[in-house]
Ligand binder design. Structure first.
Ligand SMILES: [Zn+2]
Length: 321
């Protein structure tokens, strides 16, 4: 062996040893992406051409990441003036053709807190008709249900009745751990687009990614505090213009904080999701806090959850998160 080669070998062994034994191989955390309010949030704000363009971009940008994602549909949004619109149904076909999954988010996005059990059950049944047909055409099953506003009932009686109804109809509830107020950024973003303010759009986009990073870090620390480890997470975002443009950047940030993307099926295999949940509060809060409240955690456990910056709140015109 030549001296140079020998030196190379020794150096390689040295660095290999360092990387294998000195630096711990950090295991990646897991996160599932769930996208609510399909086909699009505030859909009536968009003319058909614009809707097709924004939705097309959303699907293209999700597909570019080669990750699993599930979208939750409000089938009322497939209608215009009470009639189903084939152009909107085709959007869901495009979503499925991109290899993405779909779930039921009720027909018209009501709050469970405003409806009777019977009316809410009708909303569940009516909300899954077309989605189920489209999934079946793709040899998939309709499996997941997401509560609008993450509101799961103001009493155990209502909560349990709906959970039983969902179970009897072969639905699995899709919980959320990385809860956030991304929809406020999205609303501000649409406003900036409408008034052609490119610089403001950029500012909102940058602030959005920064905010989501802080949210992930917060829920990670809450998970560690409750379970002593970082559980598999479920992220909630919405189908909107902001994500149609910023989804790749959002994924890049999530990867940079050591996550890998998994399906909702895989995320929910974590034992944490078997935790007891008797939460009946009004807010649509993260399941991590539902479990914490169920366990009787005191106020100081919940700490300071990152908030939407004041400038974004003001620009969006929305007064509370
Ligand atoms: Zn929703």
């Amino acid at each position: 062996m030549k001296k140079n080669n020998y030196l190379l070998l020794i150096t390689s062994i040295f660095f290999f040893s360092i990387s294998s034994f000195v630096l711990p191989q950090t295991q990646k955390s897991k996160i599932a992406v769930t996208i609510d309010d399909l086909p699009l949030q505030r859909i009536d704000h968009f003319e058909n051409d614009k809707l097709q363009k924004v939705f097309g971009k959303l699907v293209k940008n999700i597909k570019s990441q080669h990750i699993p994602a599930i979208g939750f549909v409000n089938e009322k949004k497939l209608q215009i003036n009470g009639e189903y619109d084939i152009r909107r149904i085709i959007l869901l076909k495009k979503w499925l053709n991109a290899g993405l999954d779909l779930g039921n988010h009720t027909f018209s996005h009501p709050s469970l807190h405003d409806l009777s059990i019977e009316k809410f059950e009708e909303e569940i049944l009516k909300g899954g008709k077309i989605t189920r047909e489209l999934l079946n055409q793709n040899k998939k099953e309709l499996k997941y249900f997401r509560h609008p506003y993450l509101q799961t009932g103001r009493s155990l009686e209502v909560k349990n009745a709906i959970e039983k109804f969902l179970f009897d109809h072969n639905y699995t509830v899709a919980p959320v751990t990385i809860d956030n107020a991304e929809w406020i950024f999205a609303s501000a973003y649409d406003k900036a687009i409408d008034s052609n303010k490119t610089e403001v759009m950029k500012h909102i986009g940058t602030e959005y990614i920064h905010y989501m990073k802080r949210k992930i870090e917060y829920w990670e620390s809450q998970s560690n505090a409750l379970f002593g480890r970082n559980i598999n997470h479920v992220l909630l975002i919405h189908a909107n213009t902001l994500n149609s443009e910023y989804f790749p950047e959002l994924c890049k940030m999530i990867r940079s904080v050591n996550y890998k993307f998994v399906s909702l099926d895989e995320a929910l295999q974590d034992e944490a999701y078997k935790s007891n949940d008797t939460f009946t509060g009004g807010g649509g809060i993260s399941w991590i806090h539902r479990w914490a409240i169920t366990q009787g955690k005191k106020k100081d456990f919940f700490g300071d959850e990152p908030r939407v910056p004041k400038s974004i709140m003001m620009y969006s015109g929305i007064d509370s998160e």
